[in-house]
Design a protein around this ligand. Structure first.
Ligand code: SF4
Length: 238
């Protein structure tokens, strides 16, 4: 049962492993080359991610939710857009380092659109990248690409803001380590009734409240974990 749950929770990784296995069986050389190249990226990620997680945790701790909402929330409008471009453009490191940071910002009230702007500008219009681009392809090429890219990013962020709904995001509370597997959740509301300060229902699925400062009642949580009929709630790493 636990193994099935683990597989359900890591479908992408399981499919990837199956893909590697099939590729290695059919074309051993290609399979080994893929595994080697993935190993290189995993090694790189393992070196970078601990630093990113520490920085994200510090940001989470030091910057209050109200500030993030004021600067990057929906109501921040042009100021939020400008700041998001700035954060993405002056960033350093690979773009996957931006994912935990954006997850934290979103949890604290940053809008979806602004997270898209941060991620996109981090990926394609970072300042060091622009300097190199101007050096190799010329300033006019760089400037025109920058303008067109910024327009595209604005367009995509507007679309994402309209299309993405709260329930489309994985229910991960970075500081509490609580996850609700909404594919498994059958909407019985037991958790929301037993621990309304922590769980709420939306569209017949359970969600974790992401409010800051909520102290976990471990006894209540333990009861909820045990009573969820489909074991859809997990807490911690196991
Ligand atoms: S108790 Fe479990 S199945 Fe019921 S709503 Fe909560 S998470 Fe979903």
């Amino acid at each position: 049962m636990k193994l099935v749950e683990k597989i359900k929770g890591n479908v992408f990784i399981v499919l990837l492993l199956i893909g590697y296995l099939i590729l290695t069986l059919i074309k051993p050389e290609l399979g080994m080359a893929s595994i080697k190249s993935s190993g290189y990226f995993i090694k790189e990620m393992l070196m970078i991610m601990p630093v990113i997680f520490i920085l994200t945790a510090l940001l989470d701790l030091w910057v209050p939710k109200e500030k993030i909402m004021e600067l990057l929330g929906k109501e921040a409008k042009a100021k939020g857009i400008f700041l998001s471009f700035l954060v993405g453009s002056i960033s350093a490191g690979p773009v996957y380092a931006a994912f935990p940071m954006c997850a934290m910002l979103r949890k604290k009230g940053a809008s979806v659109g602004n997270c898209v702007i941060i991620l996109s500008s981090w990926a394609v219009i970072k300042i060091p990248m622009l300097v190199n681009e101007a050096k190799f392809l010329g300033p006019s090429f760089m400037a025109l690409r920058w303008v067109l890219t910024v327009i595209s990013i604005l367009l995509f962020s507007g679309i994402m803001e309209k299309v993405m709904k709260e329930e489309d995001f994985p229910e991960i509370s970075l500081d509490r380590g609580l996850i609700v597997n909404r594919d498994a959740c059958m909407g019985c509301s037991i958790c929301a009734k037993a621990y309304p300060q922590l769980f709420y229902m939306m569209n017949k699925k359970a969600y974790v409240r992401l409010e800051d400062g909520l102290q976990l009642d471990h006894e209540k949580l333990e009861t909820v974990l045990k009573t969820c009929p489909v074991n859809a709630i997990s807490y911690g790493m196991d």
